[in-house]
Every structure is written in C-alpha cells, then in structure tokens.
Design a protein around this ligand. Sequence first.
Ligand code: B4P
Length: 194
Amino acid sequence: MRLVLLGPPGSGKGTQAARLKVELGVPHISTGDMLRAAVAAGTPIGLKAKAVMDAGQLVSDDILLAMLEERLAQDDARKGFILDGYPRNLAQADALEHLLAKIGQPLDAVVKLDVPNQVIIGRCEIRFKAEHRKDDDPEVVRDRLKVYADQTAPVAEFFARRGKLQVIDGVGTLDEVTERVKHALNWQPAAVNG
Ligand code: B4P
C-alpha cells in the first residue's frame, strides 16, 4: 500500500499514520518528524529548518525532496509507505509524482482528513501546553492554517484530478477516524491461515 495522508496541521495525519502502519505493514514516513529529528541533531538541514518551522512556514522544496528521495530508497519502503506531511504544495505534488514514477512505485490512494479550523486550534493548544512545540503556539497555528489554505489545499485538487482522492471526516475518536480511513481504502486484514 502506497498512501498519502493529507490534511491541515493538527488534523491527525501523524496520529493516524502511526496507528495504520501496524495494520498496513508499511513504514510511516513523516516529513515533519524527519525535520524535527534534523533540528534536534543539529544537522545542517536542521539548522536551516528550525526558524522556518518555528514560524509555521514551509521548509524549502529542494531540501524536502532530497530528504524524501533518500528515505524512499531505504529497504523498508519497497513494500509501500504512508506518507504524512508531503506533499504540501503543488511543486511538491509534482515532484512526488515524478519521483514515484522514476522508482516505479505509483500511489494507490490519497486520504484527506477534514477537520474544521476551530477543532485544529483546540487540539494544537492542548499539545502546546503538553509539549511546548513552538509551531503549536496559537498565533503560529493561525499562520500554519493560512499556509495550508494558500499552498496545501490545492494539492487535494491535484490528486482529485487523478482519481486518487478520498476525503473523510477527521473529527471523532482515534478509533473512529482509523476505521474511516480503512473504509476509504477498502482495507481488509489479510486472512489468518490455519
Ligand atoms: P507536521 O509535523 O506535518 O505537522 P503536525 O501538526 O504534526 O500535523 P498532523 O496532522 O500530523 O497532526 P497530529 O497527528 O500530530 O509539520 C510540522 C512543520 O514541519 C510544518 O509546519 C513545516 O514547517 C514543516 N514541514 C513538514 N513537512 C513539510 C513539507 N513537506 N514541506 C515543507 N515543510 C514541511 O495531531 C495534532 C494533535 O491533535 C496531536 O496532539 C494529537 O494528539 C491530536 N489529535 C489527533 N487526532 C485527534 C482526534 N481524533 N481527536 C482529538 N485529538 C486528536
């Protein structure tokens, strides 16, 4: 299964991907997690990305594409992947399509989690209080939602035109949302032998 999870910041892409990877048996590839790891390790990419991320803006397309290409070349991604946080603009959507064609791994599906802005602001505020992630500061979340509306929302249309987009309601319990994603994917667990 080669899946992209789309949705605004705080819509639950990372949360759902972490649950789905077990059942789908493929790695969860989060560009947000990769960037945060680079920041924590103080790598050259991390040093460039930190201020951009803290301000709720998008890190450069070149950096993201190089990071993703390297990650998809790893052995575990040959059986598929759940991509969370990429693509975030039309240039990235185009780059992804070309990269996946080059490595012969076209996408099976794109699932978008629909969550109203007020719910997102509430979720990020809870996480801000618990984890102090700078980009969860309510002021920054408003900027991230604007970046999403301007740059990421058109990506859904990009995939809709290719007949790959499914939109689901991302409000509900974690289990409810996971079930909706699986339903959208028409996912059946493999039969247990014996
Ligand atoms: P991400 O790491 O992708 O952003 P996120 O806020 O973690 O979004 P996600 O939708 O995964 O939310 P989550 O499950 O955690 O990006 C961070 C930054 O990295 C970006 O702003 C950007 O600067 C940079 N970046 C990443 N990818 C990039 C790219 N491709 N190009 C350029 N820059 C890039 O859920 C949020 C909260 O809600 C959690 O606390 C969770 O517990 C809670 N929650 C989830 N589901 C819930 C539910 N059903 N009910 C109640 N709460 C729920």
